[in-house]
Ligand binder design. Sequence first.
Ligand SMILES: [Fe+2]
Length: 205
Amino acid sequence: MAEFTLPPLPYDYAALEPYIDSETMHLHHDKHHAAYVNNLNAAAQKHPELFNKSVEQILADINSVPEDIRTAVRNNGGGHANHTFFWEIMKPGGSKEPTGALAQAIQSAFGGLDQLKSQVNDAGAKRFGSGWAWLVADNSGALSVISTANQDSPIMEGKTPILGVDVWEHAYYLKYQNRRPDYLNAWWNVVNWDEVSRRYDTLRR
Ligand SMILES: [Fe+2]
């Protein structure tokens, strides 16, 4: 039995400059993500059997979480899972486009990478308030673009996140202020397509 822990960023805080600034990365990881982890642990202390599961396992069956902590686990467990995922699917440099099975699946589902980007940008720009825009796969591997509110995870809907972008103001406001579409456009420059393609391959195995 172990508490949930904040994973270190897989790269330097300044690694995603100039698209995502170092100060935003410090606050986003060290303060916001850390708070989700701390609050998840505080909630789970009341029902310590949750420490035997991964956060993804908990989210996949969120309705089985005891009611007195369900909202806290939904928000903070979702926040922990979403941010851990987000750090991993970004990278400085790296491939500029998807590869292998994912490239083919994007072609057949959307007509190409540009069309996928435009659907994700649209979903992110239209998300009212705080949330995320996602490329997800269902159990058959079929791709779609969705948006979730707050820290809700696609895992709660039985879907597997392949790619996702945080559109909470804390993700972009220091550098982009109210220009969320500019942040979304810039964000594509730091997508880790190797990792995103790998995740799709893993799902289909
Ligand atoms: Fe965030």
